[in-house]
Design a protein around this ligand. Structure first.
Ligand code: G4P
Length: 302
């Protein structure tokens, strides 16, 4: 399936981000723990060069903990401080405050050695839409009014929020757009809800999710829907428009989920749209369990 990212705004958002980044010492980049590579903008490494760096693997409560550990190790090896988190928990906020203080301390020591002022350490939160930027800003600021939405342009006139004694945070996030170089990136962002469903063929996306789960997390669909996951003979179907590479077993699983949930159309026939939405909703809300969509690249010599 071809995935389209939101049109427009991108150049402006990037300009605003570059303006804001000049004001800060530390960039706290938020990514979705279920797909850290897909939910990053590759330009940020260039934009944030020379700044203190932290990556938050957010929504870790929804991701596979073993895979999240692999990602944490991967970013650390690449020289970026990294923590996994559920933005809605107090403990995560405390951990970030401590981690930022540590990153700042290292920077401050270098600055002091050069005779530079270390009074104010300023940080900003950056990330693509829907990864949890506003939730983090609200949690760190302790007030509910920092919600700014995803409108580029909000950074102008931004306020600084004192976070404990360790740093000041820009109250408006830097909005980035994902690099959509791989089809898998689009699929992952569509699955995690970072792309509007209206722009997506929901039934194809659900079939892609089923294929992925059958392969990477066998037993998950059986446990949730009481279906048999094992493959059967291919059937000829003319009631759905499918990619030639859609697995027949995925289609059969979709049929079985519909049957189990009694998702039928009024005039008869399977209601694929309703089935697809229910499945995606179960995945996005964690009702299928903690699932990660991608693993970090493995070094060739490992
Ligand atoms: P953004 O500013 O980057 O666009 O993201 P935002 O904070 O608005 O968060 C997007 C959605 O993700 C929100 O849900 C938010 O509650 C949820 N969220 C943020 N961090 C976490 C996390 O660590 N774990 C989980 N499970 N969810 C998280 P929503 O349904 O869009 O809004 P609401 O119902 O919470 O108001």
């Amino acid at each position: 399936m071809k995935y389209q990212w939101y049109p427009g705004h991108m150049a402006k958002a990037r300009r605003m981000m570059e303006e804001s980044i000049r004001l800060v010492d530390v960039v706290i980049e938020i990514v979705d723990a279920r797909c850290p590579a897909s939910s990053r903008n590759p330009d940020i490494d260039r934009m944030a060069a020379g700044k203190g760096r932290i990556i938050i693997l957010n929504k870790a409560d929804l991701a596979d903990p073993d895979v999240t550990d692999l990602w944490s190790a991967y970013f650390r090896v690449n020289g970026i401080a990294c923590m996994s988190a559920d933005a809605r928990r107090r403990i995560s906020v405390r951990n970030l405050t401590q981690m930022t203080a540590k990153v700042c301390e290292e920077r401050n020591a270098r600055r002091r050695a050069k005779g530079m002022n270390t009074d104010h350490v300023r940080a900003m939160i950056a990330g693509i839409p829907n990864v949890g930027k506003s939730t983090w800003i609200n949690s760190l600021s302790g007030r509910a009014s920092a919600k700014t939405g995803n409108k580029p342009g909000v950074t102008r006139g931004g306020q600084w929020i004192a976070v404990g004694t360790s740093f000041e945070l820009l109250d408006t996030p830097g909005i980035l757009w994902p690099g959509m170089d791989r089809e898998q990136t689009g699929r992952n962002l569509a699955l995690t809800g970072s792309m509007r469903d209206e722009a997506i063929n929901i039934e194809e996306l659900a079939l892609e999710l089923i294929s992925f789960l059958l392969d990477a997390y066998p037993g998950v669909l059986a446990a949730r829907y009481g279906i048999d996951e094992s493959g059967q003979e291919e059937e000829t179907r003319d009631d759905m428009i499918l990619r030639p590479d859609t697995s027949p077993n995925a289609i059969r699983c979709m049929d079985d989920i519909s049957a189990r949930r009694a998702f039928m159309k009024k005039g008869g026939g399977i209601d694929y749209d309703r089935t697809a939405r229910a499945l995606l909703d179960d995945f996005r809300s964690g009702r299928l369990g903690r699932i990660s969509l991608e693993k970090p690249p493995v070094k060739e010599n490992q």
